[in-house]
Design a protein around this ligand. Structure first.
Ligand code: 9PG
Length: 563
């Protein structure tokens, strides 16, 4: 497709500057807007490219793209579009009909920055996918475009129909990173493959990317308990101990304490008064029961009144303009605005490594790192040459360095592309909730971004559509099952359907209930789900993952093979 060189163009957007566009010939440097782009002839089907600052002044670069004609749009042109982070949907969109949510004026810009690599507004008619996209005519796939890697910048595939033809743009998102005078950056290569089965295309892309990025795919199968989806932020040490006491004959490897133990967002080694025994005491109790102790943290955030923010204001990223710190997340439950730690500051990475080491010393061997897209949010940083992807990856790498190689690290609220090779497990969908569809007043609901709201249906969609990632990029975490049939709005049928889908995915099986509310049927369901999940996981390690039914159906997938 890219051999059609006369139609190949490079498109570039410097920060605060207009987009510029020029034809490019593979093998020959193209000068554009003070930069030089080199596209190599492909090797092993991978197109290699780089961008260099040819001038004698530093330049800030938002995005550079290769743009080409993808042929006639055909009937029912569709794109399987992968979302940016754990909670963003992966599903099939209709070109010429569906609209990118960034075009909706209602959400504040911060919402766009949380759910997309590029927080800007899409062009009219344009749809986008992160890392990999499958282009299709109706139910038949045509080809996939995928970036082989994402650790140094995000890769966004943008598509629109121009004169009944597909205009394709493979975009490297550098997010305003400074290119020093004379500096060259090698960009992640990308591949184009043809096949009529979308699952085959996605699996081949994930195989290739997992190999290239040394994906961590050898962690043991895990089952466990998580405090979040029954107790939420009200969890107490007593709740954890009570469930531990009830769990004696439950098949859990991990017992994981979620949000609610900490004194402040950012101060992870100090508990609030609901956890009188401290982080060590809770870990000791879990370990004494023979289980792996797990803990949730949101490591790149700091509450304005946290010790970390007040004693080290210089560790905070600065807002894009003005003197305030940069926002990493707005969350009512935590009291509003949370600042963003600057992971380009060597002291911050040392602090993250030391925090992880201290938690491991306290007894934790499973860390759930949440809201980690926050390190990719806009701001000004100690090292302006780092891209958003590099800022996220630096934070994860620091935590890995402190925690050691044998601690299970679970990414959550995490930009997927940047973290292949960094995490053992990855949350691949929105939060479940004790309801199927989100009610109008569900917490976290954002106009135009409703499909990221905590709701079991949203977790179900991504568990099906991202099944190809399992044991290729990491172990998939589909999010928790809930087995209680009291204190929930889920019907017995829906409880079972969701639990069976988790089992059919082969991913992590985590239960999030007050165990005293689960009856014998619930327990039997868990045992069945675990048998299935172990078998599917074993097959996945051998390269056979379950496939989504109806992957190219714009109404969403119908389930997984075998479910
Ligand atoms: C703890 C939770 C759980 C859960 C995570 C994550 O936008 N929001 O308001 C929003 C709130 C919570 C949330 C996602 C989004 O969930 O996925 O498993 O750990 O944090 O706070």
């Amino acid at each position: 497709m890219l051999d059609d060189a006369p139609r190949l163009r490079v498109r570039m957007r410097r920060t605060h500057g207009p987009g510029v566009d020029a034809p490019v010939t593979p093998g020959r440097p193209t000068s554009i807007g003070g930069l030089e782009v080199v596209v190599d002839a492909s090797e092993e089907g991978e197109l290699r490219w780089s961008v260099a600052n040819a001038g004698d002044r530093d330049l800030d670069l938002d995005a550079v793209a290769l743009v080409w004609d993808g042929g006639a749009a055909d009937d029912c042109p569709r794109m399987f579009a992968n979302g940016y982070q754990s909670w963003t949907p992966a599903r099939t969109l209709r070109l010429g009909i569906d609209v990118d949510p960034s075009r909706d004026p209602r959400p504040i810009p911060l919402v766009r920055a949380a759910f997309h690599a590029d927080p800007g507004v899409c062009a009219p008619g344009e749809l986008r996918s992160e890392q990999v996209a499958v282009l299709a005519s109706g139910d038949r796939a045509r080809f996939a475009i995928g970036f082989v890697g994402g650790a140094t910048h995000a890769g966004t595939i943008r598509v629109r129909i121009v004169d009944d033809r597909l205009e394709l743009a493979a975009t490297a998102w550098l997010g305003g990173a400074t290119l020093r005078a004379g500096e060259q950056r090698v960009l992640h290569p990308f591949v184009i493959e043809e096949h009529d089965d979308p699952s085959v295309l996605l699996e081949r892309w994930a195989d290739r990317t997992g190999r290239a990025e040394q994906a961590r795919v050898r962690a043991p199968f895990l089952s466990g308990w998580c405090s979040w989806y029954h107790y939420f932020e009200h969890v107490t040490e007593r709740d954890v101990l009570d469930n531990l006491a009830l769990a004696d004959d439950w098949p859990f490897d991990v017992f994981q304490v979620d949000d609610g133990f900490q004194r402040a967002i950012g101060d992870w080694l100090h508990t609030n008064n609901k956890f009188p025994s401290g982080v060590e005491g809770v870990a000791s109790a879990i370990r004494a029961s023979g289980r792996t102790a797990g803990l949730w943290i949101a490591p790149f955030l700091a509450a304005p009144d946290s010790e970390v923010a007040t004693s080290h204001p210089e560790w905070l990223a600065r807002a894009p303009a003005g003197e305030n710190p940069a926002i990493g997340m707005y969350h009512d439950v935590w009291g509003g605005v949370m600042w963003q730690l600057d992971t380009t500051n060597p002291e911050v990475v040392d602090h993250l490594a030391a925090t992880a080491a201290a938690l491991v010393d306290a007894g934790y061997r499973y860390l759930k790192l949440d809201f980690t897209f926050s390190a990719s949010m806009p701001g000004r940083f100690a090292d302006p040459t780092r891209t958003p992807a590099e800022r996220v990856r630096a934070g994860y790498d620091a935590i890995r360095r402190g925690a050691g190689d044998d601690v299970f690290i679970l990414g959550c609220g995490a930009p997927l592309g940047a973290l292949v090779g960094a995490v053992d497990g990855m949350r691949i969908g929105a939060d479940v909730a004790p309801w199927w569809e989100a009610p109008a007043d569900a917490p976290g609901r954002q106009p135009a971004y409703e499909d990221t709201t905590p709701a079991t249906k949203h977790a179900f969609v991504n568990t099906c559509t991202r099944s190809f990632m399992h044991r290729r990029l990491w172990s998939n975490d589909p999010d928790c099952i809930m087995l209680r049939n009291r204190e929930t709005r889920l019907s017995r049928e829906t409880i079972a359907r969701w639990a069976e889908t988790v089992g059919a995915s082969g991913g992590l099986v985590l239960v999030s209930d007050d165990l005293s509310l689960i009856d014998a049927d619930g327990r039997r369901l868990l045992d069945e789900v675990l048998v299935r999940a172990r078998a599917v996981d074993a097959a996945s390690r051998e390269g056979t993952t379950p496939r989504a039914l109806g992957l190219l159906d714009p109404q969403g997938p119908g389930g997984l093979t075998g479910s």
